[in-house]
Design a protein around this ligand. Structure first.
Ligand SMILES: Cc1cc2nc3c(=O)[nH]c(=O)nc-3n(C[C@H](O)[C@H](O)[C@H](O)COP(=O)(O)OP(=O)(O)OC[C@H]3O[C@@H](n4cnc5c(N)ncnc54)[C@H](O)[C@@H]3O)c2cc1C
Length: 490
């Protein structure tokens, strides 16, 4: 006898079903963190999270599930503009395979699949080659609503500094400066969280600012209608920007890169397995360093669909073995020197990734020179030296910073769940495929730090615990004593 599958929930029903699932699984756990004791400020967050992209949200959900009750999430962006998804990400679909997700904590009604099916049907999900970018963002917004996560938008964190046994955050919100105190801080600040998007100095020194853009920034493509565009780089963003420029009416795009041919293999996929992503931080320093160097040299190819879409655009020229050797403005255009002779453009797009410069980050103003770096903790063989990797923080196995000197022990209350962690924890902690495995390490570390900092309050916490389990009638004590000592009739 064949049975038809149960009907799919509507979007409204899915929200209720997801919340019912959470309740069935004991969400949230009872509060467990002892209050701060002694004199001191009263308004102190248990965890302050900087960044409400996918990492900040999922971390907040997990910490809330585990019984933390005062989690504050700050994001400089407006609602809907968190992360890259609706701002500078220009691909149609995610690069991650649609099955490699982990934000749902094994609860089907929290999954992006169920979310998508509730809106578009089961067949639409089955037919999807990859998750559409804007749908992923809409799913994250829904996810934050299901968990009722308190995001403070338009709140740019300008500094993170010690304040006794606490951490103080300086926040700019609507032009005003606020101060927030927290017991622990998670930096979920994304792919540029260890510096800034990199514009080579031979470009920024030679050209006025309106003649170039970084691929991961806002670009006014309308202004580039009819323009001859030179793109430097061959990563996925280079192709995404080429497609957008040509579709918006650019005359031509020359996509230039140093390599003689595009990489064909994506070695990142080989790392995306449970064992490596779960235990990465237990690997020897030498292994982690070598893997990080390997990925510096082995780029990944653009996704096949992106590549094919780009090649189908009239006006695209791929130029392998074409590094830019120098450039200048000439006769109103930009002349770029290459080994094959000069190329002439009207505008440049730099798909040149990220520069590591902790001091350039506002939120690291106080912290950047107080944390241990790989260059101080690990000495590679001279032929394996790498200045960029050496300037990344050497994090503990739970993403916490380690202090450079004992005076700055407070930095261990700050956790770098962002690109700073790529040598210590591998390149996939904050990506969609990494959360399932990496997030538990972060959560354990934050909770451990909170517990150890609150150790002195544990006995008073136990003594004050007053949740009755045996509910008895008011006269029960009297009746009980009556039983224990039966009255003797005179
Ligand atoms: C074009 C593009 C495509 C990508 N595609 C994929 C993909 O398909 N799959 C995948 O797994 N990954 C992809 N990535 C990587 C992607 O960036 C991450 O997986 C994802 O965005 C990481 O989430 P996150 O929350 O860690 O960081 P983000 O999503 O970058 O969020 C960081 C947040 O921190 C906020 N913030 C930063 N500094 C401050 C501050 N000082 N004060 C307040 N707020 C601050 C930002 O406003 C931002 O909202 C892509 C990246 C790019 C650039």
């Amino acid at each position: 006898m064949s049975t038809s599958p149960p009907p799919l929930p509507t979007p409204e029903h899915l929200t209720r079903a997801a919340r019912d699932d959470l309740a069935a699984l004991g969400f949230p756990a009872p509060a467990w963190l002892p209050a701060l004791t002694g004199p001191g400020p009263a308004d102190v967050a248990e965890v302050a999270i900087v960044g409400a992209g996918q990492s900040g949200l999922i971390a907040a959900a997990a910490l809330k599930w585990d019984g933390l009750t005062d989690i504050r999430i700050f994001d400089g962006a407006a609602p809907g503009a968190e992360g890259p998804w609706t701002t500078f990400a220009r691909m149609q679909t995610l690069r991650s395979p649609k099955t490699q997700v982990g934000s749902e904590f094994n609860v089907p009604n929290l999954s992006v699949r169920r979310w998508y099916e509730s809106r578009h049907g089961a067949q639409a999900w089955a037919d999807l080659p990859a998750i559409p970018r804007t749908e992923w963002k809409a799913y994250l917004d829904w996810y934050a609503a299901v968990f009722d996560l308190p995001v403070r938008h338009g709140s740019e964190v300008l500094d993170v500094a010690p304040e006794g046994a606490l951490v103080a955050l300086t926040v700019r919100r609507e032009g005003r400066i606020e101060r927030h105190l927290a017991r622990t801080v998670v930096l979920a600040t994304g792919l540029d969280g260890a510096g800034a998007w990199r514009v080579p100095t031979f470009v920024s020194d030679a050209l006025p600012r309106d003649r170039y853009d970084h691929s991961n920034g806002p670009i006014d493509f309308e202004r580039l209608r009819g323009a001859r565009i030179g793109i430097l780089g061959h990563g996925a963003s280079a192709f995404d920007n080429a497609i957008t420029a040509l579709r918006t009416g650019a005359a031509s795009v020359d996509l230039c890169f140093r390599r003689p041919r595009l990489p064909r293999i994506n070695p990142h996929r080989a790392l995306e397995n449970a064992a490596l992503m779960t235990h990465y931080s237990d690997l020897a320093d030498e292994t982690r360093w070598r893997i990080a160097r390997f990925f510096r040299r082995q780029d990944q190819p653009p996704p096949l669909r992106t590549f094919e879409t780009a090649l189908a655009q009239p006006g695209l020229r791929l130029r392998p073995a074409t590094p830019w050797l120098g450039l200048r403005e000439r006769d109103g255009a930009i002349e770029v020197d290459t080994p094959a002779g000069p190329l002439v453009f009207d505008h440049l797009i730099l798909a040149t990734g990220m520069a590591v410069d902790l001091a350039a980050r506002p939120e690291l103003a106080t912290l950047h020179d107080k944390v241990a770096l790989w260059g101080e903790r690990f000495r590679p063989a001279p032929e394996e030296a790498d200045e960029r990797l050496a300037s990344l923080p050497y994090l503990d196995r739970h993403f916490a910073f380690l202090p450079r000197t004992a005076d700055d022990a407070w930095v261990a209350r700050v956790f770098a769940f962002n690109v700073s962690s790529i040598v210590s924890h591998g390149p996939h902690s904050t990506s969609i495929s990494g959360h399932r495995h990496a997030l538990p390490r972060l959560v354990r570390g934050v909770e451990r730090r909170l517990l150890l900092d609150a150790e002195g309050g544990l006995l008073p916490f136990l003594a004050d615990y007053a949740v009755p389990e045996l509910h008895v009638a008011d006269d029960f004590e009297a009746r009980l004593s009556g039983c224990a000592a039966p009255q003797v009739q005179a």
